[in-house]
Ligand binder design. Structure first.
Ligand SMILES: NC(=O)c1ccc[n+]([C@@H]2O[C@H](COP(=O)([O-])OP(=O)(O)OC[C@H]3O[C@@H](n4cnc5c(N)ncnc54)[C@H](OP(=O)(O)O)[C@@H]3O)[C@@H](O)[C@H]2O)c1
Length: 202
């Protein structure tokens, strides 16, 4: 499959490596233009390209990987989000300036959805520090990955991809309810659940 990244920093680079190793293609974008990413995509190797946010959003799946204050500008680069799958890896930390959006009982991906009208928003990867998943070997432990969203079919496709690239993916349900559990400060955010061994049940 083809993944576009809006944001080309730590999250984009780490996830791109895992995806590329398993035969997927990636398009990375930032605010400064594709030419600023040429060294990076060369180092990522075959299957990696630099593009604009619009080109990133044209891929099968788009991963939003910018800091929260840049989220509105980054999403506004894409004129029409209708029908696109937008995987939100961002976090809204209270000390960020500007602190875009009001939570009022919602989770931050619901705010993201307001800035990308018509997108099918999936919340994933926000609570997995990239330091945990820098092992790209076949022997790496499976890290538990939580995912929430309202599009059940898309989640099934993504679940298979995440499992295939080395995660143990748990679907927490809808964007509003599941998303709240994986929100920063909530019970499942930042839980390090590496599955070091497979246990057999007798
Ligand atoms: N780091 C982690 O371990 C981790 C783990 C889980 C979730 N997260 C979340 O993931 C998000 C990204 O984190 P990160 O650590 O990858 O941040 P980062 O390394 O600072 O990368 C942010 C990227 O966004 C780009 N960017 C900024 N403004 C943009 C715009 N308007 N349009 C397109 N791209 C833009 C930046 O490039 P330019 O400035 O050159 O445009 C940069 O490539 C954050 O919300 C963070 O909370 C991080």
């Amino acid at each position: 499959m083809k993944f576009g990244f809006i944001g080309a920093g730590i999250v984009a680079q780490t996830l791109a490596k895992h995806l590329l190793l398993h035969g997927h293609e990636v398009v990375l974008s930032n605010s400064r233009g594709p030419e600023t990413l040429s060294d990076l995509v060369s180092s990522l190797g075959t299957g990696a390209k630099a593009g604009t946010p619009i080109e990133a959003a044209e891929q099968d799946f788009v991963i939003l990987s910018v800091m929260w204050p840049q989220m509105p500008t980054a999403l506004s680069m894409v004129p029409d989000w209708t029908g696109r799958v937008l995987i939100d890896a961002t976090n809204r930390f209270e000390n960020m300036e500007p602190l875009v959006g009001e939570l009022s009982g919602k989770n931050s991906s619901e705010i993201v959805a307001q800035y990308a009208p018509g997108a099918r928003v999936i919340k994933a990867f926000n609570s997995v520090p990239m330091e945990w998943i820098k092992d790209y070997t076949e022997e790496k432990p499976k890290t538990v990955l939580f995912m929430s969203g309202d599009d059940i079919q898309t989640k099934q496709v993504l679940q298979e991809i995440w499992e295939n690239i080395g995660f143990a993916c748990i679907d927490l349900g809808s964007l509003s309810q599941g998303g709240l559990l994986q929100q920063i400060g909530r019970p499942l955010a930042g839980l390090n659940l590496n599955l070091l061994e497979r246990y057999s049940v007798r």
